[in-house]
Design a protein around this ligand. Structure first.
Ligand code: AHR
Length: 498
């Protein structure tokens, strides 16, 4: 019989919150994320406000998108904001050289993005062009958006329909500056960063800027070390990190299929996903050396599963399906971020619609919610809640000669004193029995919801959009002061204790 795992939920530090910004998303001008995703043809027969697709907006509002990053990604370092403001008919056509050489008509620009954010009830997170832009271009974008002085730029904003300053605070200064953002060395980038950051001004009436350093790729410790060493702490609000999960772990050649994979491929994916724990720990340790008070946030502003594209689709559009495996990756990764709440204060899944590990997929009028969407639905309870640290020792999920921890979890207490525990069982065959002691929590009853499916590679299609869906969970019981749970194989469970 399976051994019962003993777990303790600790009282934690009442001041330590899981930042809601861990639940951020990403919309790049890439494939069908913006065009034919959020922003559709006038003739498409779906609910719209202007050309913004409202069935997507409605679905995303339900999961509370904390921030939305835009316009890239690699595209950000090719984007010139002036191309996307003013009368649509007069906006230039440009080429999206990063993503499929698609023609960009610039009909979705700054105002349209900020309107989308307003409809979503989310905070915009802009990425300024460092790779092919200028300091002045970034500075004028900031003045255009945030100033209430009477200048030609603010006049222009008013003429373009927005009299009040927008007050955009989250600004990434470049993206992947070690790669598509300019192939810079870390030393060179930090000088460039300081130059840009010097001219990223606060404007009276708008809240102070959160200036964000373009950070490391995966386990590149040198990049983080150099940024922390060279950039004064008061010049950066945050530092980023990009870490994707590739089923094969191989950037050159096949990354692995999004569906129809074997259990071995599933296991490998989860092993690769779990590297996030080690990577976040190592970057945090470097940051601690220079910033022991943890003033600077670590933002994992690109993460998620990256597979081969769906057969027959444009390789430059990064369209992939999304299975229960993606949901297990999302649940696991978000547990890692929650548990690192002290330093990880932001993250952005790549990407929201029709690209990589999407929340929503569309096909003309049709739309489906992916298994990953349901995990964000389950986990929204953690946003801005107090972290409750957990102690337990996980059983192993064994495959051939390899093993990974089968169980991962995180917990929080919200402002009403309600406790939520999110549990992920990665094992495809064994359920996990848990006995949980809760320090200092008073509760009377437990309820829960579960995401699972008979096969780990099950997924939702436009014909069958509810193959992988949420259900209520009855496998948790109060036994005296303790909580007894049996978590089914390959499932994500979120419990509510009140
Ligand atoms: O999310 C897709 C791409 O991945 C982004 O544009 C880039 O920043 C990263 O390499």
């Amino acid at each position: 019989a399976a051994q019962t795992v003993q777990m303790t939920v600790q009282p934690g530090d009442p001041k330590l919150q899981i930042s809601k910004h861990i639940y951020g998303h990403f919309a790049e001008h890439l494939g069908r994320c913006v065009y034919d995703g959020f922003w559709v043809d006038e003739k498409l027969n779906v609910p719209k406000q202007g050309r913004i697709r409202m069935d997507i907006v409605e679905a995303l509002r339900k999961i509370k998108v904390a921030n939305l990053r835009w316009p890239g990604g690699c595209y950000a370092d090719a984007y010139h904001w002036r191309d996307g403001v003013g009368p649509t008919a007069q906006r230039p056509r440009t080429i999206n050289t990063w993503w499929g050489d698609a023609t960009e008509d610039n009909s979705f620009g700054t105002h349209e993005f900020l309107e989308l954010c307003k409809l979503l009830g989310t905070e915009p997170y802009l990425a300024a062009n460092v790779g092919s832009g200028t300091v002045q271009e970034m500075a004028t974008w900031m003045e255009y958006l945030n100033s209430n002085a009477d200048t030609p730029l603010t006049q222009q904003r008013k003429q373009n329909g927005h009299p009040e300053p927008y007050g955009v605070t989250m600004w990434g200064i470049g993206n992947e500056s070690w790669g598509c953002g300019g192939n810079m060395t870390a030393d060179y980038y930090t000088d460039v960063y300081k130059r840009y950051a010097t001219f990223a001004h606060n404007y009276p009436g708008s809240p102070p800027l959160k200036r964000i350093v373009s950070g490391a790729n995966g386990d590149d410790a040198n990049w983080t070390e150099t940024c922390m060493k060279n950039i004064p702490l008061n010049m950066m609000w945050g530092l980023t990190l990009h870490q994707y999960t590739l089923p094969t772990g191989n950037w050159n050649g096949s990354k692995g299929k999004a569906t129809g994979f074997s259990e071995q491929e599933y296991f490998n994916t989860m092993r690769n996903c779990l590297k996030m724990e080690d990577i976040v720990t190592r970057h945090s340790a470097i940051m601690d050396k220079y910033d022991p008070q943890k003033k600077v946030a670590l933002l994992v502003d690109e993460w998620g599963v990256w597979t081969d594209v769906e057969p027959g689709t444009n390789p430059g559009f990064l369209y992939q399906q999304n299975s229960l495996r993606d949901a297990l990756v999302a649940g696991t990764t978000l547990n890692i971020f929650n548990n690192h709440a002290e330093r990880v204060r932001g993250a952005n899944l790549a990407q929201a619609v029709n690209v990589l590990q999407a929340l929503v997929l569309t096909d003309k009028e049709r739309m489906l919610l992916t298994p990953t969407y349901h995990v964000f639905d389950l986990y929204q309870v953690h946003q801005d809640a107090q972290l409750l640290p957990l102690q337990f020792s996980s059983p192993e999920y064994v495959m051939g000669n390899e093993k990974i921890p089968a169980l991962n979890a995180s917990a929080s207490k919200d402002k009403n004193g309600v406790v939520h525990i999110s549990l992920v069982n990665l094992d495809t065959k064994k359920s996990q029995k848990l006995e949980t002691a809760l320090g200092g929590v008073t509760w009377k009853s437990v309820s829960g919801r579960i995401l699972t499916s008979p096969k780990v590679n099950d997924y939702n299609t436009f014909e069958k959009p509810n193959t992988v869906k949420l259900a209520s969970f009855s496998g948790a019981k109060k036994r005296g002061d303790k909580l007894a749970v049996e978590i089914p194989p390959q499932s994500v469970v979120v419990l509510e204790l009140k």
